[in-house]
Write a protein that binds this ligand. Sequence first.
Ligand code: ADP
Length: 518
Amino acid sequence: MSTTHPRSPHDQQPGSCDVADGASLRSMVHGAIATIAVLLLLSAAAMSLLTSFLHRTSRLIDDSVEGVRLAMELQQRMTQYNVLSNLTLASAEAGLVRPRDNSPALEAIVAGADRRLVEVREYVSSPEEESLLREVEQRMHDYFAARTALLERRAPPGEAIQASSPLLDAAMTSLQDFVDKNRRQAQAAMRRAASWDSTADVLSIGVALLAAIATVGSLVALERCVHAPLAALKRVIDRFARGDKAARAQVTGPSELRSIAAVFNGMADRLIYQEANQLAFIAGVAHDLRNPLTALRFAVGSFDPSGPAPTAERVRRANDLVGRQVDRMERLVGDLLDATRIHAGRLELRLEACDLRELAREAAELFQPLSVAHEITVEGAAGPVVARCDPARVAQVLNNLISNAIKYSPQGGAIAISVAEDGGRASVTVADQGIGVEPEEIERIFEPFRRADTTRDLVPGVGLGLWVARRIADAHGGSLEVKSAPGRGSVFRLVLPLAEGAAPASSPSAQAASIPRS
Ligand code: ADP
């Protein structure tokens, strides 16, 4: 469609949508959803990692605290044991008690220490701590063993203190190392937790910001790329509906909206084109009716009752004139009726076997008397070419083709009608030496109300004949095509199916049959 309209300034959309060519609304929505989903997944994964890290850290801190508590309890028990064993030795030396009397209490302290040592093992969290604990155990046992031996042989308190002090100091130092180690461990874990806590704060603020940006970005993109173009399209459609024929949508934005805008523009162009065609059609019909009416008025005028009686020759010419004009009007009315029938899908065919050669000859005979400037010949197979067709409709097509050949060969010339049987099909070609058709108009002349620019002002017509003719050919299961060159003439070819069981034409050799001129 070549109709173009100046773009109205109102077509511009507010805020432009910078999407890549071919990007679709679907891909944009998918992209936005995927971005938000990835952000949510990342934040969920970060949260889960952080939670498990904090869980592990808090366990480590708990273990360290428990380790410190138990180690301090062990220190207490060591001190308790030391004091009680010293007292026992001193009392034994003074003869106040026997060392055996305090044995249950001392053994209870050792048993309690042993239980604490077993408990503390559950809270050990590193190999270094493990080896420290082994050292503690060893030194405590060394101390208890030495003390037990001193008690058993009732060593004097001075000697006992001197002998066991280094062992007690060593065990207490190991326990202190164990306490320090756990304390350091707990402090380091707390520092790490604090640092992860601030990292998590930064991360969650970052993810929340990104999610907010992605959401706002998606809303802005939706507004610019979907809502604004749709609103602009609606405005354009409203303007067009109110009668602004130049209103066209801006083809922009995602591919779906681009194609809606393009479809609307194409539809608007077609409507304008059809409107122009309908106006041309009405003008053509008026023109085609006025000419015969003028001729009829002239013919009626020549029979003035107040004047002398017309001669026989004048009556004959007036009669011919009236007949031709009535034929012309009949054809026009017939085309209009056919057009409405085709539109309503009510084109009925009365199919029968008919000889195309005969139909072509009749059509040529009908038209030859109408033009002395043209020589109409019928060539083709020697025998009948029997097609399955509606003879009245095929005659209508041939009449249209021959009358066009005459109309569009204003200089006169040969009009060759050729009937043939070819590849199981019957065909009739009508060739003229007239003005021809421009290549870009070739297919358009079969559209309703379409007339080539070169012929519009040359010959009257409404541009329905070829459209009706092609529909008739199609309805038969055949076709109507044209080959043409401007200034060199046109060849229209009607192809129809052969009648079943029809005898083939006796000879394909061309046999020319001239229609005598009147
Ligand atoms: P009409 O003749 O009433 O205009 P048609 O549908 O028969 O309507 O033809 C449509 C157009 O095709 C014509 O207006 C003319 O431009 C072109 N045309 C048809 N036949 C010929 C021909 N034999 N030579 C050149 N142009 C033709």
